[in-house]
Design a protein around this ligand. Structure first.
Ligand code: AMP
Length: 284
C-alpha cells in the first residue's frame, strides 16, 4: 500500500494510473477508522481495481473547537486496517496541502440543504465539508467516490456539490454498518464511557420503533414520545425528525413516500447521529 503526503506526489501516481487506463475508487475519511469505513473500502475494491483512501481531519468542518481538538487520531492503526482491506493507496495530507497559502474558500450554493437538521445545528459545517471534498476531488480525480449513508445529509450535500462543479465522478452511497446491538459505528463512539456506550444503542432502537409504527400511528405523536424517552434516559436530543428522502424537506406525517428518519443527540459532550430510511409504499 502506497502512502502519499503531498498532492504533487499523488498527482504523479494519478497520471500513471490514467496512462494505464486504471480507474480509481476513492473513500474520503477523517481517520480513527472502524469497520464502517472499511466496508466502504471493500465495496470500492469490488468495482475498481485501484482504491485510494484519504485520512484528513478537516478543521473547516468543525463548528465546535473542542470537538476538533478531541477528535480521535490513530494513524498507525488506520494504515494497518486499510492495508488488510486491500486499499492500494492512502492520501495523508497536511492542512497546508489541502488549503495552501492563498487558498480562498469558495461559497457553495447548496441552498436549503444546509439550513436544516445538521446544517441548522452546525452552522458552516457543510460549507467545510464541500471545501474539503472539492479539494480532494481535484487532487485525487477519482472515477467513483464512496460515501456512508450514516451521514445521509452529507450524501445529499455532496451530490449537490458534485453536480454544481460537474465533476465526472460516480457517487455510491453505502449502507450504515452497525455494532451487534444496533449502534451505528462511528469514530466518536470511542469517546463514550461504558455507561454511555450502554445507552447509545437506544438511538437506533427509537428509530426502529418509529419506523415499525409509522404506518398505523400519528407520526408526530410517536416521534415526540421517543424524544421524551431518550431525554429521560440522559440524551440531549438536537432533533429527531422525519424528512423526505429526496430533498430532506421535513414531513409532519408519513404519507407513503420515500422518507428518512434522522436523529442527532448528545450523551454528555459526545454528539451522535443516525438515521433510518423508510421505503415508499409503492416500492414495497
Ligand atoms: P468520517 O471519517 O466520519 O468522515 O467518515 C468517512 C466516511 O465513512 C463517510 O462517508 C461516512 O459516512 C462513512 N461512515 C462512517 N461511519 C460509517 C458506518 N457506520 N457505516 C458506513 N459508513 C460509515
Amino acid at each position: 500500500m502506497k502512502i502519499f503526503k503531498t498532492a504533487e506526489a499523488l498527482h504523479t501516481e494519478r497520471i500513471k494510473l490514467s496512462n494505464r487506463h486504471i480507474s480509481v475508487g476513492f473513500v474520503p475519511t477523517m481517520g480513527a477508522l472502524h469497520n464502517g469505513h472499511i466496508t466502504l473500502v471493500q465495496q470500492a475494491k469490488t468495482s475498481k481495481p485501484y482504491v485510494i483512501t484519504s485520512i484528513f481531519v478537516n478543521p473547516t468542518q468543525f463548528n465546535n473547537a473542542q470537538d476538533f481538538e478531541l477528535y480521535p487520531i490513530s494513524v498507525e492503526d488506520d494504515l494497518n486496517q486499510l492495508e488488510a482491506a486491500g486499499c492500494d493507496a492512502v492520501f495523508l495530507p497536511s492542512v497546508e496541502e489541502i488549503y495552501p497559502p492563498g487558498y480562498v474558500a469558495p461559497v457553495y450554493p447548496i441552498g436549503y440543504l444546509e439550513t436544516v437538521l445538521e446544517g441548522a445545528y452546525r452552522p458552516g459545517h457543510f460549507q467545510g465539508v464541500c471545501q474539503v471534498v472539492d479539494r480532494l476531488l481535484q487532487i485525487v480525480q477519482p472515477n467513483e467516490m464512496l460515501l456512508g449513508r450514516k451521514d445521509f445529509q452529507q450524501c445529499k450535500v455532496l451530490e449537490k456539490m458534485v453536480e454544481l462543479k460537474q465533476y465526472p465522478v460516480q457517487l455510491t452511497f453505502v449502507p450504515t454498518l452497525r455494532e451487534t446491538d444496533g449502534l451505528a459505528m462511528s469514530s466518536r463512539n470511542r469517546r463514550l464511557t461504558p455507561e454511555q456506550r450502554r445507552l447509545a444503542p437506544q438511538l437506533y432502537q427509537s428509530l426502529i420503533l418509529i419506523k415499525e409504527n409509522i404506518d398505523t400511528n400519528d407520526t408526530r405523536y410517536i416521534i415526540t414520545n421517543e424524544i421524551n424517552k431518550l431525554e429521560q434516559s440522559g440524551f440531549k436530543v438536537d432533533y429527531l425528525q422525519l424528512a423526505s428522502a429526496n430533498d430532506l424537506q421535513p414531513l409532519q406525517q408519513w404519507n407513503g413516500e420515500n422518507a428518512v428518519l434522522l436523529v442527532a443527540a448528545y450523551l454528555d459532550k459526545i454528539r451522535l447521529i443516525d438515521n433510518i430510511e423508510i421505503a415508499a409504499k409503492s416500492a414495497r
